[in-house]
Design a protein around this ligand. Structure first.
Ligand code: SF4
Length: 328
């Protein structure tokens, strides 16, 4: 995996949404700092879990990578090209390689279209197949995601949540992408169905060599699918490591708190729950110093004024926290 080429590289990515006042002479009076200088890489065939509470900037990151919104600053290199500098026509070509699976499969499927038309739509947009070829490809895709060809004639409302997510996956796979951005793809599903969809995604990754940016609000789902994990808090990544390291040796106090919330099935191995006080501060006025300092159980004076730098824990495991600098 470490030798596979880097497919996606995000460098110091920033997205500030301006807050304006006035209708005629509108004036910027502030900004929502949704994403504030994040960097990470994703290799071909790899899964990076991007985890954090709602409002931390995960979905904004996804929308930036998909080109749905413009970045304020930074770079997004896909297969070596900075996609933020591409024209609309060039971006449309790149979008073939980067597809998305949404959280709410029902909302993402047009209720007036049959399943076969939904799956065929990206083939038409990118002019990849028509006529019998297109019908054949749709049948193939239905089969790949575990549905039957007769399902193609039905409408999204006739399916369960798990089946709808399979339709969404088939649509995303239609154009043979290299990267799937999975934006909380199982959060809206029952636990038993979640496992089926995660297993399907793993099988598809093995078969087609796909890379996944897998977004989730807790660490439990990501555990089963990610190779590496990036933990996000208030627009920043605070810990980045292999999955094994993040679960066995979590270092950032926020990661520890997220991990402590995962229930352990064996009652003999109880984990002490770390309950964070207060809410996530507003991204309009993020706290000075470490952004987590208003909720951190291990707060020190330095945390209130100084932004923590990245500190290596192990090869491939880094954390942004003053604890490690202070304790050597
Ligand atoms: Fe907590 Fe300080 Fe580390 Fe921030 S830098 S996580 S406030 S110990």
């Amino acid at each position: 995996m470490d030798t596979d080429p880097v497919l996606l590289e995000v460098r110091n990515l920033v997205k500030h949404f301006p807050i304006t006042r006035g209708m005629v002479f509108s004036q910027q009076i502030g900004a929502v700092m949704a994403v504030d200088g994040i960097s990470f890489t994703l290799r071909a065939g790899e899964t990076l879990g991007l985890v954090g509470e709602s409002g931390c900037g995960k979905s904004t990151t996804a929308r930036l990578i998909l080109g749905l919104i413009r970045a304020t600053a930074g770079q997004i290199l896909f297969a070596g090209r900075d996609i933020l500098t591409l024209s609309k026509a060039e971006m449309l070509k790149v979008r073939r390689d980067i597809q998305i699976i949404f959280q709410d499969p029902y909302a993402s499927l047009n209720p007036r279209m049959t399943v076969q038309d939904i799956i065929a739509e990206p083939l038409e947009i990118h002019q990849l197949a028509k006529g019998i070829q297109k019908e054949q490809r749709v049948r193939e895709l239905l089969d790949v995601v575990g549905l039957n060809s007769y399902h193609g004639r039905r409408y999204p409302r006739e399916f369960s949540g798990g089946q709808r997510q399979r339709i969404g996956i088939a649509r995303a796979l239609a154009v043979k992408p290299k990267l799937l951005v999975c934006d909380e793809p199982v959060s809206a599903l029952d636990v038993s169905i979640q496992a089926q969809v995660v297993n399907l995604l793993q099988d598809l990754q093995a078969e087609f060599g796909l890379a996944y940016l897998f977004i989730a609000h807790d660490l439990s789902v990501v555990k089963h699918i990610a190779n590496r994990v990036a933990v996000m808090y208030l627009g920043r990544i605070v810990e980045l490591s292999s999955k094994e390291d993040v679960y066995q040796n979590p270092s950032h106090p926020y990661t520890k708190a997220l991990l402590s919330a995962i229930p352990i099935p064996d009652p003999a191995h109880k984990r002490k729950r770390i309950v964070l006080k207060g809410d996530v501060p507003s991204p309009i006025h993020p706290p000075m110093g470490c952004r987590f300092h208003t909720r951190c159980p291990q707060l020190m004076d330095v945390c209130k004024t100084l932004d923590p730098k990245w500190h290596p824990i192990n090869p491939g495991h880094e954390v942004a926290c003053h604890l490690f600098v202070t304790n050597g």
